[in-house]
Design a protein around this ligand. Structure first.
Ligand SMILES: O=C(O)c1ccccc1NCC(=O)[C@H](O)[C@H](O)COP(=O)(O)O
Length: 204
């Protein structure tokens, strides 16, 4: 089970992630209150444990900018949230980057659109548009390919997302308090995922 904490932007967040050891941390390079500048990202990645994969999050940015940031920072994954097409993804892959294609879903036709990235992106991330109250769990029940799920996950509602049997979970605002990463909430997520994984083994 992949666990990704997204929107990491402070050194203390990275240090705490080093203790919790999620699979990935996400740094936002798209327009957002969580956006980090390249120089800040460089500092954060310097102290990141090598066991944790670095993901850069972009949305409708031009290919040369995405490539230049990803190369300079030696990112492991590029996560694309906008209308990037298949050629965009394939080009990044020829440059050695793994790609997470995020598809922000609002209806069943968006789920169908997400399927086009099967076998092209390394992971498909089913998310909801930022600031929209979409029931992403109800929509994701119609997904018939491997996916990472995001969109409103919190320590309290994690179980209903895990019940979808995703390959991973991606959380940002649900592990924040007043816009700052909340270490108690992050720890709770990791503990709950550990219990879930142990249960999976027990139940076959
Ligand atoms: O975080 C942002 O503001 C953002 C802006 C533009 C593109 C992507 C962005 N975030 C990506 C993520 O934080 C996660 O991949 C995902 O959306 C989880 O978000 P949340 O529902 O807050 O847990």
């Amino acid at each position: 089970m992949i666990v990704k904490f997204c929107g990491i932007r402070r050194e203390e967040d990275v240090r705490f992630c080093n203790l919790l050891n999620p699979t990935m941390i996400g740094l936002i390079f798209a327009e957002s209150p969580r956006k980090v500048e390249k120089e800040v990202a460089q500092k954060l990645l310097r102290i990141k444990s090598p066991c944790i994969k670095a993901v850069g999050v972009f949305k409708d940015q031009n290919l040369s900018d995405v490539l230049s940031i990803s190369t300079q920072l030696k990112l492991d994954f590029v996560q694309l949230h906008g209308n990037e097409d298949i050629e965009f993804i394939e080009y990044l892959k020829t440059k050695g980057f793994k790609v997470i294609k995020a598809v922000e879903v609002e209806n069943l036709s968006d789920i169908k659109k997400a399927a086009i990235y099967k076998g092209i992106a390394d992971f498909i991330l089913i998310d909801r548009p930022k600031g929209r109250e979409v029931d992403v769990v109800a929509l994701a029940k119609n997904v018939h390919f491997d996916f990472i799920i995001a969109g409103g996950i919190t320590p309290e509602n994690l179980e209903k997302y895990l019940a979808l049997k995703p390959v991973g979970i991606d959380i940002s605002s649900g592990v924040e308090t007043n816009g700052i990463k909340d270490f108690g909430k992050m720890k709770l997520i990791i503990e709950k995922v550990k219990k879930y994984k142990a249960g999976e083994v027990e139940n076959g």
